[in-house]
Design a protein around this ligand. Structure first.
Ligand code: ATP
Length: 344
């Protein structure tokens, strides 16, 4: 039996059905990331698990115990928020020890747990400071430390890194990955950041409009998206998805029967652009983004198709140039008229 089990979970805000009968099994020690467009219900689902919102239907089980209607404080979960939610007038030490003191844990054990968490998170030298004397990254580590000392059954993270600048976000992401490797704690993490989802997750749950579109490892979702929505949601830049009639006949001919009237999906790395030479597809460069290690080239064709190609060289191309496109149709994803993937 799964460690954390969601069965037919429902949530209404007034008439609005925000979460629509979600079933999900999470294993002990697993790192699961919820992703999806704004408003899809990621935070709500996390808050339902945390006990911060009332569950309107279905059943939630943790470690064999029904916790559907158990108060948050009794669920043995710890949540880390984007806003840190630290007590401003307390020191780092007091912030981290507060929940344990409240639970009347032996002061010796509290001391050990706080010192241990501080060591893991490189906070030992900051224990006597108050939150306002810390950087954003340090504050977020305190918030994580406060969760760690409680040794919860499940860690819940709601966009914990979104207030940090890019460099610090990268560093803290690596720290969270290490922490998970060291503690092996079951973790559910909400983010809208692709890199966080792809690098941290054992499994990613893609949500849309209160339902699960697909669950899988990051590379399963990248390589084998179940539908056009997941295909375009996972991966940056987005997968190129074009109506079949916009691509050259040579490529159309390779489409499986079910894709007639549908679309073709090509990852940017399955398209390459050359300044010269003859291919079935000619286009005009709209924009070149040289990112250093890779270059993104945006091209439009006379048939109205727009592609982005990703290449590992500098290309030397410029906007306005006429180019040829090489399309690796063996890497194509084919979609039917409803946006479902056609198996080949
Ligand atoms: P974001 O990425 O923008 O944070 P999200 O995927 O986390 O979005 P939720 O915050 O879970 O989305 O919201 C899901 C839906 O429920 C949205 O349509 C939202 O407007 C609605 N909703 C969330 N909280 C409430 C509330 N307290 N009252 C009414 N509607 C709510």
């Amino acid at each position: 039996m799964a460690y954390l089990q969601l069965q037919g979970i429902e949530k209404f805000f007034g008439d609005h059905r925000a979460i629509k009968g979600i079933d999900l099994n999470i294993n002990q020690g697993e790192f699961v990331v919820f992703v999806g467009p704004s408003g899809c219900g990621k935070s709500t689902l996390l808050r339902l698990i945390a006990g911060l919102e009332h569950i309107d239907g279905g059943k939630l089980t943790l470690d064999g115990k029904d916790i559907t209607h158990l108060p948050s404080s009794k669920r043995d979960l710890a949540m880390v928020f984007q806003s840190y939610a630290l007590y401003p007038h307390m020191s780092v030490y007091e912030n981290m020890s507060f929940a344990l003191k409240l639970a009347k844990v032996d002061p010796k054990i509290v001391e050990d747990k706080v010192q241990n968490a501080a060591r893991i998170l490189n906070l030992t030298q900051y224990l006597q400071r108050t939150p306002k004397e810390l950087s954003g990254g340090q504050r977020q580590r305190v918030a994580i430390g406060r969760a760690i000392v409680r040794s919860p059954k499940v860690f819940l993270f709601d966009e914990p890194l979104s207030n940090l600048d890019a460099a610090l976000r990268g560093q803290t992401r690596v720290e969270i990955a290490k922490l998970h490797r060291d503690l092996g704690a079951t973790t559910i993490y909400v983010t809208h950041d692709q890199v966080e989802a792809m690098t941290l997750a054992d499994r990613v749950v893609v949500l849309r409009d209160g339902v699960i579109e697909q669950v899988g490892t990051p590379l399963e979702l990248y390589d084998h998206p179940a539908n056009q929505f997941v295909a375009q949601f996972i991966g940056t830049p987005q997968m190129n998805v074009l109506p079949l009639q916009q691509v050259p006949p040579l490529i159309q001919q390779q489409a499986p029967a079910g894709a007639v009237g549908g679309a073709i999906g090509l990852r940017p790395e399955s398209v390459s652009v050359r300044a010269t030479g003859v291919t079935p597809v000619a286009g005009t460069v709209d924009l070149v983004e040289a990112l250093g290690a890779e270059t993104l080239i945006y091209v439009s064709t006379p048939s109205g198709a727009q592609f982005v190609a990703r290449q590992n060289d500098r290309t030397g191309l410029h906007a306005g140039e006429t180019v040829s496109l090489d399309i690796d149709a063996s890497q194509a994803h084919w979609f039917d008229t409803a946006g479902r993937v056609i198996a080949r």
